[in-house]
Structures are given as structure tokens and as C-alpha cells.
Design a binder for this molecule. Sequence first.
Ligand SMILES: NC(=O)c1ccc[n+]([C@@H]2O[C@H](COP(=O)([O-])OP(=O)(O)OC[C@H]3O[C@@H](n4cnc5c(N)ncnc54)[C@H](O)[C@@H]3O)[C@@H](O)[C@H]2O)c1
Length: 270
Amino acid sequence: MDELKGRVAVVTGGGGGIGAALAEAFAARGVRLVLADLQLDAAEAVAARLRAGGADAIAACTDVTSRDDVEALAVDTVRRFGAVHIVCNNAGVATFGEIATSTHADWEFTMRVNFWGVVHGVEAFVPRLLAQGQGGHVVNTASMAGLVGMQWLGIYCASKFAVVGLTEALHRELKPHGIGASVLCPMIVATNINENSVTRRPAELRNPGEPLVPPAAAMVGSTIAPEEVARRVVRGIERKDLYILTHPEQRDILKRRWTRQDQMFEPGAW
Ligand SMILES: NC(=O)c1ccc[n+]([C@@H]2O[C@H](COP(=O)([O-])OP(=O)(O)OC[C@H]3O[C@@H](n4cnc5c(N)ncnc54)[C@H](O)[C@@H]3O)[C@@H](O)[C@H]2O)c1
């Protein structure tokens, strides 16, 4: 018996990229789906494709920066499917630039989507998962930029470090209730995030100086397909892993960070 079959998943940012691939992977396992996105037409296109393949999938127009929108998403999901089990707080945007020359609007825009979007998902869904008493899983999409500070990605790093921290705490808190929590930390994935992050940015938070294509220094490493990320997320849910890592080169980068910290305990440095 497949434990995922018949479960209900909500995926924010489900209209494209990693979110759409997550939805495909869940649908292949018989999971029922709500694809929530700012771009309803994109989410509806993904849902229609999944329905054509026999899945039970619907789209929802949700702006994760709005607490009311995300609460309505939770209410509507439970009304439609009777329960919710897997919550992927995945919608996110990328901003690039040095901290010194970034605008306040860069901070507002990035934190509203990447940080508050995840907080709203946690606020709306975690109490429902607990009240249901049917187990479940929360997957928060952070990034490798949530585990290592990177030049040109300072604001993005701040937003994603916050997601890693809150998910580490959530993992500990939900474990006794049989509910999993994972933080997804990929490096580069082949999606339209750069273009989407510029073209879909609210007019009042625009930074005319922001590059459409990130500086090469901000994007070092291999690029993988969203389908590969989705495969690892499904496996991470099944194993109740806290960290979902996706790129082999992450290992050395994380080791270097840990070594720098560890060296600070050497007698000469202490
Ligand atoms: N692509 C990468 O290289 C990469 C690497 C690490 C982490 N991530 C993270 O993965 C997640 C998904 O990114 P992606 O690469 O699939 O990008 P994407 O742009 O292809 O997909 C993101 C989706 O989120 C939606 N979205 C944006 N703002 C929203 C909002 N306020 N409310 C609801 N939906 C919104 C967009 O419309 C889009 O459909 C993000 O959190 C991103 O930070 C991406």
C-alpha cells in the first residue's frame, strides 16, 4: 500500500518550475493536489495537465505575501478535499545585488515572498495538521543560499536562512506528533525564477537597477532539472528527512563552512 496515495498536497508556486515538478511527482503517486500560484493561468495549466493524466488536481489563485490569501487556501483545500496532509511552502523569488547598493524595496519584496510567504503557510496549515491527527509533512523551500552566505545574494540568503532556521525548529516540534518537516536547499535548478522575479515584482517594489540575469559570480555550480529536485523531495518526505539536498558539490561547500567554524575552537583562536 502506497502511503502517499490519496493524501492531499498543497504546493505554493505550483504554476511552474520546482512547484510544478513537485505536483507532477505527487500526482504520479496518487496524491490529490492544490496548485496555488500568483499566476492562476499557469497553475491552471499544470492542474489541467495532471487531470488529463488522471490526477485529482485543482488550481488556486494565491499570493503568499497575503496572510488572508493563504488562510483562504487552507480553508478551501479542506472544504474541497476534507483534509490536507502535505504542505509545500515553495513559492519564492530571487534578488541579486550587493547589500550596500540594494534598495529597501529589494528587502521588502524578497522577505515578503520568501520569508513571510513561508510563515503564512506555517500559520495556516500547521495547526490544521495537528488538529487532524493524521500525520503529514511540511516542506519549506529554502536554498543552498539558506545554508551558506553568498556574495551578490545577501538579501536572498537572509530570507532563506530564516526558512532553514524555522524549519529546523518545526521539525523538532512536529516530530512527536508524527508530522515531518523538511527544508529543501537546492543550488541551481533550471527554472524561470530570474525572469519571474523581475517581471512579476509589484510595481511599488521595483528596483530599476536590478539585472534580469544574475551576475555570473552569484551562480556557480551545476544546474539540475526540477524533476530531479522533485524526486528527492518525495524521497525526503517518505524518510522524514530534515534536509533535502540536491547537488553533489554542496558537500564540500558545507564542509568548508563547518571547518571555518570548527577552527575557531582551536586553542590559538579561542
Ligand atoms: N531555481 C533555482 O535555481 C532555485 C535554487 C534554490 C532555491 N530555489 C527556490 O525554489 C522555489 C521555487 O522556485 P523556482 O525556481 O521553481 O521558480 P519559478 O519562478 O519557476 O517558480 C516559482 C513560482 O512561484 C510563483 N510565485 C512567485 N511569487 C509568488 C507569490 N507571492 N505568491 C504565490 N506564488 C508566487 C511564481 O508565479 C512561479 O510560478 C523558490 O522558493 C526559490 O527560491 C530555486
